[in-house]
Design a protein around this ligand. Sequence first.
Ligand code: UT7
Length: 354
Amino acid sequence: MGSAVTGWGSALPSLRVDNNALSQVVDTSHEWIAKRTGIHSRHIAVDEDATTLGTQACAQALEVAELGAGQIDLLICTTSTADALLPSQAALIRARLGASNAVCFDLNAACAGCVYALSTAHSLLQTMPNMKRALVVGAECMSRIVDWTDRATCVLFGDGAGAVVLERSDNDRGVLACALRNEDDVDDVLRCDQIYSCDPPFSADGVIPCTQEQIAANAEAEGVGLEQALANAHCTGKAPLVRMKGRDVFKFATRVIPQMLQEACHQAGVSVEELDLVIPHQANERIISNAAKKLGLPLERFHRIIQETGNTSSASVLMALAHAYQQGCIQPGQLVGLVGFGAGLTAGAVVLRA
Ligand code: UT7
């Protein structure tokens, strides 16, 4: 039994921001960004959010698979930029989509989330008798968490969503093997702290640092309203922004991409040379060409959309996969390798037969 890809879709916010526009925001240039990353533009969600983008990508994938939303048994959303902490992003998309029979949950493996989610969906389709059809969606609004004053990171990321339908199949089509790996990020090379806007009103020694009476007295002394004084006392205003040591991430990526693809191919009983197409995480054109060189594969075999989208984190492999199907770059029976890496540190690859 396998899990076949029967539908695919993607969504981009309507606003396209090119490198020249970005150079009006930070001290950068089209030449630098294009040469060092291969990125020419990215889309930024102004009117959209992860729910609208994710739902749109899922709806497209369902249409290709000729399925109704009610026929989906499992919906996994991979994201680091969910619209809410509670409920899950998957639950928000499920409701908007009308996938009322789906079990749903989020999975965060940073930019490698796509391969982790596909591996998880594949495993559940193989082991849960009542699960036959799954939607795997990556939906990201990275523009919410990048530091728009840091030129070394803000030029890299974009927003978007990608989705696939996976269906349990009785033939040799679909996912053949998955390889996943984690390494400790001891140097914090890629990190974004959580958004908690409030501190609990207690300290470790049990003393209550700000009682209602004190806050009310402060409000009166400062001449501000009680509501404002309460907010001032409890809201931390911490800004959760992406911090990255780019060169370290670069080294990690160029090491693990070939390793993970080789491991997944080995498990699938095929050689890397047999892959008709590789869909890599769209983080940097130079990372992709470096990996191609290490694997001895022509760069043309690596499907790339990075020029138009930038790095859309866990959505990027799903978006590129959808794009490859839409462009007719994947024919039935062909072997496709998907490979991702990201914060954590996470890495993984999936080999599938289209
Ligand atoms: O999903 C995973 C997420 N992350 C990644 O995959 C990122 C992996 N890393 C990379 O892609 C690259 O390391 C970057 C694109 C982030 C940076 O490229 P680099 O070739 O490693 O540049 P660098 O950090 O070594 O910086 C070289 C120079 C520095 O100036 P000086 O010190 O040589 O004068 C930077 O200040 O480039 C400067 N620089 C910029 N200049 C213009 C850094 N960012 C920019 C910029 N525009 N946007």
